[in-house]
Write a protein that binds this ligand. Structure first.
Ligand SMILES: [Fe+2]
Ligand SMILES: [Fe+2]
Length: 502
């Protein structure tokens, strides 16, 4: 049973917040610590910027220092000590990976760049810190010469000469990149992908919040982001498709809208849409559930099945979405195709969907594309009433069963070709007894069963990335080195797939 409303199949509904990953599933860090860690990074970022404008005696600084101090000391009181460390392109808080929140993305980027420029890899606060210490520390940090290999040593001496023993710094470890076959350019594109992904989540959140507060919503910003995403999808769709595996954010609705948009764009690309049409499709997908902003939170987040009244309310969201879009100030950015796409994203060919129509109407192409993207994302995401989601493979199988009623069979075929028989993010067992995560589908139709996988290995910290393997690789005698035997359930193996796509 896919839906939430008793006997009514609702394969495409997608309203609830995902369950927060338990520490075990998310690879360690608990959500409270994660929040504090994000706060720390944001405050560090703000302070680094401020110190570049004001000198250390300026009163304008006091408030920012006080806030940073408060964050650090809260963490020290909780954790005993506090270490913030760079590992490759991530921050680790007390040796656990710190996943950034949507709002935190810019701060993470800024801090990573600034630390790396100064070759500082770790800062440890060993005991509670006093205000004067922190003030000295931050200016000493900002004044380090970029690219100087002695920075950590110099910094240590400076701190010692000021009798600051509570703070320690360590040089940046330069890690050799062991992922053969992944060029620097590819890595850069992945960074671009992350930036677009998080910026879009932030922007759709802004748009929805503004609409809720009956304020002006900036659709042009969404359009600009959609255009950037299209550029990337045309170059290499697998990067953004990988991002859709990042599911465990609190802000389900925003995350969902962006994922649906990524899937829709990838389908549109396969259909040969022009960039202009792709932009329209991307924005339509981003706004497809905008009507839900008019539905009370209690209904959207209800953990149990909806009663008749609530269900009636829920079914109003496509039409509510149309009204919102037609009332937008920048209506010039919207065309009828987009409005219709929002209207019929829950409509079915047998009229069993909603809104209720009295005459048969063909579901528009945008609507049919969004239905597939919507269902797939909803089914593969943990929901408040279905905490363990379907695996990508199970979701596709279910959608195939429903294809004549709910989905356009041809588009579904394209979609399966796109995500592969083993969709991105599937956990697979290889004939070598290794476990792998599907990282990139094979673009050659002959080898749909031979994607690129990340082979993962169990170590003290759980599963870690071992190597990137292309399953079309053969040994000297023409036999494949690795083949997929079957898919596995990531929940049974306690593997947090999203981690590998961040
Ligand atoms: Fe919807
Ligand atoms: Fe949706």
């Amino acid at each position: 049973m896919i839906g939430r409303k008793g006997d009514k199949m609702d394969i495409t509904e997608s309203t609830n917040q995902p369950k927060k990953m338990s520490p075990k599933q998310s690879g360690g860090i608990d959500s409270e610590l994660s929040k504090l860690g994000n706060n720390l990074v944001t405050k560090f970022h703000v302070l680094m910027r401020i110190t570049q404008i004001y000198d250390s005696k300026n009163v304008a600084l006091n408030q920012f220092i006080a806030e940073f101090l408060d964050t650090i000391n809260t963490l020290i009181k909780r954790e005993g000590a506090l270490s913030l460390k760079i590992v490759k392109n991530d921050f680790f808080l007390n040796d656990q990976p710190l996943r950034y929140s949507v709002e935190g993305f810019t701060s993470f980027k800024y801090l990573l760049t600034q630390w790396k420029k100064r070759l500082i890899g770790e800062v440890t606060f060993k005991t509670l810190v006093a205000e004067e210490m922190l003030r000295y520390f931050i200016y000493a940090f900002i004044n380090l010469e970029e690219g100087c290999e002695e920075n950590a040593d110099l910094f240590k001496k400076q701190l010692e000469s000021h009798h600051i023993t509570a703070i320690e710094v360590t040089p940046l470890e330069v890690v050799e990149d062991d992922e053969e076959g992944f060029t620097i350019q590819k890595e850069d594109q992945r960074e671009v992908g992350k930036k677009i992904f998080f910026e879009t989540i932030g922007t759709i959140k802004e748009v929805i919040t503004n609409i809720k507060g009956s304020q002006h919503a900036d659709v042009r910003k969404l359009k600009r982001l959609a255009q950037k995403a299209i550029h990337l999808v045309i170059e290499d769709e697998s990067i953004l498709l990988g991002m859709t595996m990042i599911k465990n954010y609190d802000e389900y609705t925003f995350n969902h809208s962006v994922n649906v948009s990524i899937y829709a764009l990838a389908i549109g690309k396969r259909l040969g849409f022009s960039k202009k049409t792709l932009a329209e499709l991307g924005i339509t997908a981003l706004l497809h559930d905008i009507g839900k902003s008019k539905i009370p939170r209690e209904v959207l987040n209800k953990p149990a099945a909806l009663n008749d009244e609530e269900w009636e309310l829920m079914k109003k969201h496509p039409l509510a979405g149309v009204e919102i879009v037609l009332n937008l100030k920048q209506l010039g950015e919207i065309n009828p195709r987009m409005v219709v796409g929002i209207f019929d994203h829950h409509l079915t060919s047998d009229l069993s969907g909603y809104p209720k129509l009295y005459r048969k109407k063909e579901v528009s192409l945008f609507g049919r594309i969004i239905q597939i993207a919507d269902a797939y994302d909803a089914m593969t995401t943990p929901r408040i009433y279905k905490k363990i989601p379907y695996t990508p493979e199970q979701a596709l199988a279910l959608m195939l069963l429903e294809k004549t009623i709910h989905f356009d069979p041809l588009l579904l075929k394209i979609f399966i070709g796109l995500v592969g028989i083993y969709p991105i993010g599937s956990l697979v067992l290889l004939n070598t007894r290794e476990i792998g995560i599907v990282y990139k589908p094979n673009s050659d139709g002959r080898w749909l069963d031979r994607p690129t996988v990340l082979v993962v290995d169990r170590d003290e910290e759980g599963y870690a990335k071992k190597e990137v393997a292309n399953l079309t690789e053969t040994d000297g005698t023409g036999n494949y080195i690795r083949s997929i035997v079957k898919t596995l359930d990531p929940y049974k193996y306690h593997i947090d797939i999203a981690k590998y796509f961040l």
